[in-house]
Design a protein around this ligand. Structure first.
Ligand code: ADP
Length: 520
């Protein structure tokens, strides 16, 4: 006879509401600093959660029901944080809109998600198009800026109920959604559940992932309008960390000044931002930083070295995608690190080890593609017929990233499946070649794209941004690369450009470069 023994523990749902309630109960006094157009606003978790209750009750009064999509179009700000808590906690779905997308994509996304209400920053009032079907716009006052017909955020707060009790919801219901930029076809909607969001927050706060603590002052530079700011707002709220939200001024010099003024200990941003800080003259005061996280695109080893040398700040690489909540791997040195310094840097420049609760495998049949599955990974896209292409028949997400894994389980992304250069039947990793080029002291940025070649079918073309005043030429660069990469990887074509074109989320836009150079 088959006997089962049920566990005898309570069964509580994992809800975003719980993150808000904990912050209110335990960390009510901890400060939230939010920079506006011309100053800073200071509040606390107690005020933020009370205002979230008020906004939620006002939304309910406007007719928003559980499951309805409510969008945001905003910078990283205290009001955005209030909405990160209020909208999921009331059972509605927080839909963050990427403010940098093309208007056509925005129209598609808002229509596809059927957003009923949109919250927008006053500073973005002119940038945001008018959407059909949206019943209410709500203006958040982060500076000057007006919008005909919009409701006023502060009025919704004032009219709301401070004692509004967040309802019970099913942990498997949607908490938030975010569309990926989609390199092919239409943007695709990833829908996070309460459960996946809480699990991701717990994963983020593992000591060997980003491990936020109450004593930290956390500044998410990664936008709240894309991929949940890597989960930092929730992770900080769960830990009780003080938060500094940088608002509309996102230039490296402004961010560095805010880090120094507010004594930020932890921050997360894409490589371009940290690269930008290295260029500042005079050098910024980053002495308050304890560590920073970097990802979203490959982190050059040279950047990690420069941060150690210049600022004494460990730059930790993480990898993920919108579909993975987003953090899926983090690179910390192992308990038995290599004795050799170069080997340690090589390891830190990998994408690291996969986070707990997520499984990974490399699919050799699809050219070494990294595939993942787990409770923080999307299982499909929101009402999308082409979704099946991104998932295997046995239920794994196809990341589109090509990876190698070393014996310690460290993942090294060698490329996107679509960015590899196929030369004479062999693969050249555009990412590794870029890294080797960016190790040259005169190179600010470099992107490698495939160009058609009669003999080899494809060859790498290096698009290089020189530092100011440098006279580096193709021959000198090839000489520098000669003992760093295989001979047949050396790019015969080196194009010097003023800047590498970037996508809406700050990644190298290789499509543009391919268009520009592949024909020529
Ligand atoms: P989008 O799909 O809109 O470009 P995502 O943020 O979801 O935005 O992009 C995910 C992709 O970004 C990953 O599949 C990977 O190619 C790239 N990426 C993210 N982090 C890293 C990293 N640390 N190193 C290299 N590539 C990365």
């Amino acid at each position: 006879m088959h006997v089962t023994t049920p566990g005898l523990m309570m069964d509580g749902p994992l809800l975003v509401r719980g993150i808000a309630e904990r912050a209110e109960q335990l960390f009510g006094h901890r400060e939230i600093v939010s920079r506006t157009h011309d100053g800073v606003e200071r509040s606390t978790y107690a005020e933020v959660v009370e205002r979230a209750r008020r906004v939620a009750s006002s939304l309910q009064r406007l007719g928003v029901r559980p499951g309805d999509r409510v969008a945001t179009f905003g910078w990283n700000s205290v009001r955005h944080l209030e909405l990160y808590l209020a909208i999921p906690a009331m059972g509605a779905v927080l839909h963050t809109l990427n403010i940098r997308l093309f208007e056509e994509d925005l129209h598609y996304i808002v229509g596809h998600a059927e957003d009923r209400v949109i919250f927008l920053d006053a500073s973005l009032a002119e940038a945001m198009p008018r959407f059909e079907g949206v019943e209410h716009e709500v203006l958040m006052p982060d500076g000057p800026g007006a919008r005909d017909g919009a409701l006023d955020y502060e009025q919704l707060v004032a009219d709301g109920d401070a004692g509004f009790a967040f309802p019970d919801v099913d942990e498997r219901q949607a908490a938030a959604m975010c569309y990926t930029s989609g390199t092919t076809g239409r943007p695709k909607g990833v829908v996070y559940s309460h459960r996946s969001t809480v699990l991701h927050t717990l994963i983020a706060n593992q000591a060997d992932s980003i491990g936020l603590r109450e004593v930290d002052t956390v500044m998410p530079v990664v936008p709240m309008f894309h991929a949940n700011a890597w989960g930092l707002p929730y992770a900080a709220a769960m830990a009780g960390s003080r938060q500094v939200l940088p608002g509309p001024r996102m230039a490296p010099a402004d961010l560095a000044a805010l880090i120094a003024a507010e004594r930020v200990t932890f921050s997360g941003a894409v490589p371009t931002i940290w690269q930008g800080m290295l260029q500042l003259d005079p050098p910024p005061d980053l002495s308050s930083l304890d560590r920073v996280i970097c990802g979203g695109s490959a982190v050059p080893e040279a950047l990690i070295r420069a941060f150690d040398a210049r600022f004494g700040v460990p730059l930790i690489q993480a990898w993920g995608m919108t579909e993975t909540s987003p953090m899926a791997s983090v690179s910390h040195l192992p308990a038995d690190p290599p004795a050799d310094e170069d080997a340690r840097y090589r390891l830190r420049a990998t994408q690291g080890r996969i986070v707990p609760l997520v499984d990974f495998r490399i699919d050799e049949e699809s050219g070494g593609e990294l595939q993942v599955r787990g409770p923080t990974i999307a299982s499909t896209y929101y009402e999308d017929e082409s979704a099946a292409e991104k998932f295997t028949d046995d239920g794994w997400l196809r990341t589109g990233d090509v990876a190698e894994v070393d014996e310690g389980g460290y993942i090294r992304l060698v490329d996107r499946t679509k960015d590899l250069v196929k030369s004479g039947g062999e693969w050249i990793s555009s990412v590794e070649l870029e890294n080797a080029i960016m190790a040259h002291p005169d190179v600010l940025e470099a992107a490698v794209v495939a160009v058609p070649d009669e003999r080899w079918s494809e060859r790498p073309c290096a698009c290089v941004v020189r530092s100011q005043g440098s006279e580096l030429d193709g021959d000198a660069l090839r000489a520098f690369l000669a003992d760093r990469v295989a001979k047949w990887w050396l790019p015969e074509r080196v194009e010097f450009i003023d800047e590498v074109p970037k996508t809406s989320v700050g990644k190298f836009d290789k499509k543009v470069l391919r268009r520009r150079f592949a024909g020529a």
